[in-house]
Write a protein that binds this ligand. Structure first.
Ligand code: SF4
Ligand code: SF4
Length: 344
């Protein structure tokens, strides 16, 4: 399949609804229950084709796509029509393929309108101690799984400083046990010292999310967070972690324009930060809060995603940055959005 068509198919699959499984179909791998990211709150499986992969919610009841199994070949249809002639199911280590990605705590003292993690209800990340995380990674390796990266995210519990301490302690334990595996961290930091502590603990890459390309939208959807503070901490992080080792998520589709998205891409790249463009996907857990904050949104299309990520790639080239060089977190995984330099 030609590269642009692969990117289009990936984007359509990632932006679409769940995959319906045939009645009684038993997946070869256990389902992955996400507590963060676009799939938070749902059980998903990873489908791969033509060198790309997409994590999808699956259901036996209904879906935008249907899995077909003719005994030897798996394929996907959409509305009964052929969509992908040949797909595979990929094993997930923890949360994503070839990577152990943990959410240290899905609770959060903040209330970002798009974020499902704090609304997951029961404490799904309870008992995830440092020792438990180390032993889970060890077990995956002992079971013969590929674990090329370890990543940690978390809601903010108690205070940003306390949460950073939780990251620091976990990174130290992991670094001691797995000296050669890159570790990515996605905290909310409140000072340069927080960033320094994470680097000194042994983190390889850091992701501080700017969340929206638009200050106006940011203030509506993340009313308790500071837009300028995040930009300042991103700049400090580049000095500590190095150019290209700092990433930042930007959700588009919350009423932003293409110009706003690409302007923020340029701002981040000029600082040495790798932008991670995330198409907005609204789950049941975040629909009400998002609509109260910004009203109804227009769903992101594959055309818009392809346009933005193609332009993002050009800007990144100008600043000699590449998402393909990221060792951890979403750019390494690539399951939820188009990744420039990999998919386009
Ligand atoms: S800071 Fe916002 S985006 Fe991050 S976990 Fe908390 S509510 Fe979610
Ligand atoms: S792309 Fe990111 S959010 Fe999606 S499955 Fe991979 S690590 Fe999780």
């Amino acid at each position: 399949m030609e590269k642009n068509l692969i990117a289009r198919k990936k984007s359509e699959l990632a932006l679409g609804g769940p995959v319906k499984l045939p009645e009684g179909y038993v997946l070869p791998w256990r389902l992955s229950r996400s507590t963060a990211g676009p799939g938070a709150g749902s059980a998903g499986a990873v489908f791969s084709f033509e060198g790309v992969r997409v994590k999808k919610a699956v259901s036996y009841d209904s879906g935008d796509f249907e899995l077909r199994d003719d005994g030897n070949i798996l394929s996907l249809t959409r509305g009964g029509r052929p969509f992908l002639e040949r797909i595979k199911l990929e094993p997930v280590v923890y949360h994503c393929p070839e990577q152990a990605f943990f959410n240290l705590d899905q609770r959060c003292m903040y209330h970002c309108a798009f974020c499902a993690s704090p609304r997951l209800g029961n404490d799904v990340t309870k008992n995830l101690t440092d020792d438990k995380i180390v032993s889970m990674v060890r077990k995956a390796l002992d079971d013969g799984m590929t674990v090329d990266a370890i990543s940690l995210t978390s809601g903010v519990v108690g205070s940003p400083e306390e949460t950073v301490e939780r990251f620091v302690s976990c990174v130290k334990s992991l670094r001691k046990e797995f000296p050669d595996i890159p570790i990515g961290v996605e905290p909310y930091v409140s000072s340069r010292e927080d960033v320094l502590k994470l680097k000194q603990a042994g983190a390889t890459e850091i992701k501080l999310n700017i969340e929206s390309p638009s200050r106006n939208i940011f203030e509506k959807v993340c009313p308790e967070l500071g837009f300028d503070e995040i930009l300042t901490h991103l700049s400090e992080s580049v000095k500590i972690f190095g150019k290209g080792n700092v990433q930042s998520n930007m959700i588009y589709g919350m009423g932003d324009t293409d110009e706003e998205v690409l302007s923020m891409v340029e701002t981040l790249c000029s600082m040495g930060v790798i932008p991670v463009l995330r198409a907005l996907r609204i789950g049941d857990l975040s629909r009400d809060s998002l609509e109260s904050a910004i009203g109804k949104t227009v769903p992101v299309t594959a055309d818009r995603s392809i346009h933005l990520v193609s332009e993002q790639k050009k800007i990144m080239e100008k600043y000699e940055l590449s998402s393909a060089r990221c060792l951890t977190m979403c750019n390494r995984c690539g399951c939820c959005d188009l990744v420039p330099f990999k998919d386009l």
